[in-house]
Design a protein around this ligand. Structure first.
Ligand code: 7RM
Length: 635
């Protein structure tokens, strides 16, 4: 029996209509499907000016009670979590709902024992091991706020996030496996903590059996703590509008923002969207290949599937280890029915050749999904033919860290799909397209800035420690609307196609970076005077990073461009992480600037794309000759 309520296109249309006419009644109905310790008093209060958004105020709720306790009677022995290790020869792990419940309660007690209580911020910097999901849930169990930082970020990026949230405790591991490589996570944490006075405790999971430095009084091993605590830990009754988590994401300005999500609305939105987009049967097995360090992992590895009582899979490794057949091997191994991945992974496996995918049956698959960036036509068809065998609906799900859950997507097997289109908005989601002046574009066959005109329960509430930044970033471009930063088109049937970012955000393999964020990192290198970064189309990553860099001493005989490039790469690796390394670094004498000193990124973008036909008027530049030099030296 499926857990979704929308089972036909007609169901969808009816639900959508109601959700626009009576949004509060619509979301009350969805919220009632979860267990509330106390029902809410007021369903919704909002304005998009401050912004001020509250859902289910007065309600008392614990999300882990809904993810775990609520299922114990019916699903206590059902597998909640499958964990597939990096090395296919290592033993995998399966936890039932009862076992996961016990582990979360114990971990919650370990947190308490180490001084954590309701409202404290806990930073989690861990690889994709079961303890990561367990830690997230343990925080939620006792009302601590989790801030998960993707374990690919550098010590400096980690320190910035710890400082901003004033985290009291860090959960980490000795090291991590990533394909054939191992990375010393604990050492990175130690380096970060040299600049983080708020942190009192570090809890270390022994993943690799390494002997790491442990600081007396600060650092403890999880395996030494667990025997000291009770198995029992009641769920803390939380207010619906208490913070569940902070998750840092890049925008057009230099410093990543801490997006804040609150408990009740997040739970209702993620539960509703998971069940209706994926349309799972009770015995189905779901696998989302994202990392829990990103929002996709929060909402659709941990919370969404567990709220639905589904079996969710966590994978420690990478798609190409030990070979590019790994995803398909894992699908056959567990009989995965619902598979959710990113276009960049699809493109890289497509480039590895069909043999890898054709040697597995993939018979178990029923639904396949895509998330993180626009999927191009070729990748869509390859996914449909070679993975879905033309029998699995593809759900191309558009959403953002700020939206908490899926906003535009077809519902698997229920509403129409169209290659490269995210398709229809979910019930409760009211997208609009605006022109440059902020007028709504009505009717079909239009293209514009994608905004949302009415709150949904998963909308971000603020950016941590700086509410005005939240207002400025999302609610000031177009008054009365939430601005997504994406451009989109609506076709003749009202289906949406997301075109991509219209701001200074680059989406590299589904990961967001601000151009200013990367420039700031490059400029830290002492040899650099100034830099400008733009995105350009990249076959595998979707977008690549192209950096134009001015050096203090361009004519120094000892400075080969290769050497300078590798030093700049080192600086970026230290400041942000390897994932933000530019694909191309061009050393230039000057940048195209207006007379007021503004960098003309439009021109740089054209050059990076190798589209020199339409550079526009460059005569008004401070120094038009730099453009020709840049064109000549382009990579
Ligand atoms: C879930 C996630 C958000 C940005 C968003 C878009 C792009 C995401 C799709 C997509 C086209 C999609 N959160 N994006 N999904 N573009 N089709 N199905 O990725 O905060 O990390 O990124 O990603 O530009 O604004 S995110």
């Amino acid at each position: 029996m499926k857990s979704s309520e929308l089972r036909s296109f007609e169901d969808y249309q009816k639900a959508y209509e109601l959700s626009v006419k009576e949004p509060e009644i619509f979301w009350e109905e969805q919220a009632m499907k979860l267990k509330w310790i106390k029902k809410w008093d007021k369903t919704l209060q909002w304005n998009f000016d401050e912004p001020h958004i509250k859902w289910f105020e007065g309600g008392k709720f614990n999300i882990t009670e809904n993810c775990l306790d609520r299922h114990l009677e019916k699903r206590g022995n059902k597998i909640a979590l499958i964990w597939e290790p990096n090395d296919p020869k290592e033993r995998f792990l399966r936890l039932t709902y009862k076992e996961l419940y016990d582990k979360v309660c114990q971990m919650a007690n370990v947190l308490k024992r180490n001084g954590i209580s309701k409202g404290d911020v806990v930073c989690i910097y861990m690889p994709m091991i079961p303890e990561l999901a367990i830690s997230v849930l343990a925080c939620a169990r006792i009302g601590a706020i989790h801030s998960v930082v993707f374990a690919g970020f550098s010590a400096s990026a980690l320190a910035g996030r710890i400082q901003d949230a004033k985290a009291k405790l860090i959960l980490t591991s000795d090291g991590l496996n990533r394909g054939a490589k191992q990375i010393p996570t604990k050492r990175i944490v130690d380096e970060a903590l040299e600049h983080c006075p708020s942190v009192q405790k570090v809890i270390v999971v022994d993943r690799l059996g390494w002997a790491v430095d442990m600081i007396e009084g600060r650092d403890v091993y999880l395996h030494n703590e667990l025997p000291m605590v009770d198995k029992h830990c009641p769920p803390e009754p939380m207010d619906a509008e208490d913070t569940l988590f902070i998750l840092y994401t890049s925008g057009s300005t230099g410093k990543p923002k801490g997006v804040v999500h609150t408990i009740g609305g997040y739970a209702v939105f993620v539960d509703y969207t998971f069940r209706n987009v994926f349309q799972m049967d009770e015995s189905d097995i779901y696998w989302c290949t994202a990392d829990i360090g990103w929002v996709t992992g929060h909402s659709y590895i941990v919370y969404g599937p567990l709220l639905a009582g589904a079996t969710t899979t966590m994978f420690e490794g990478i798609p190409t280890y030990p070979d590019p057949g790994r995803f398909w091997q894992v699908i056959d191994k567990y009989g995965i029915t619902h598979f959710y991945t990113a276009p960049t992974a699809i493109r890289s496996l497509m480039a590895a050749g069909e043999d890898h995918v054709l040697s597995y049956s993939l018979d178990s698959l029923k639904v396949i999904g895509s998330v993180g960036e626009p999927i191009n036509e070729e990748a869509w068809h390859w996914y449909n033919i070679h993975v879905g065998k033309e029998k699995c609906p593809i759900v191309d799900t558009w959403w953002q860290t700020e939206t908490a859950g899926i906003m535009i997507s077809s519902l698997a097997g229920v509403t129409p799909t169209k290659p490269t289109y995210a398709a229809y908005p979910l019930p409760g989601v009211q997208p609009v397209l605006l022109d440059g002046e902020g007028n709504e574009l009505h009717g079909n066959n239009v293209e514009g800035y994608l905004c949302i005109k009415y709150p949904w329960p998963g909308i971000l509430r603020t950016t941590y420690g700086d509410h005005d930044r939240c207002r400025q970033t999302y609610f000031s471009n177009y008054k009365g609307y939430y601005f997504t930063g994406d451009g989109a088109k609506r076709d003749e049937n009202g289906l949406y196609r997301i075109i991509g970012r219209v701001d200074d955000v680059i989406n590299v393999s589904g990961h967001r970076f601000g151009t200013a964020e990367i420039e700031n990192a490059i400029n830290i290198n002492k040899k650099v005077v100034e830099s400008a970064v733009v995105g350009y189309p990249h076959d595998i990553k979707g977008q690549g990073i192209y950096a134009f860099v001015i050096l203090w001493n361009e004519n120094d005989e000892n400075e080969s461009p290769e050497r300078v490039r590798s030093e700049i790469n080192e600086t970026i690796t230290a400041e942000i992480g390897k994932i933000a390394k530019p694909d191309k670094i061009q050393i230039v004498r000057g940048l195209p600037k207006t007379r007021s000193g503004k960098i003309m990124r439009r021109i740089l973008r054209k050059i990076a794309e190798n589209d020199l036909s339409n550079l526009g008027d460059i005569s008004t530049l401070l120094d038009p000759t730099v453009v020709e030099e840049i064109i000549e030296g382009r990579i």
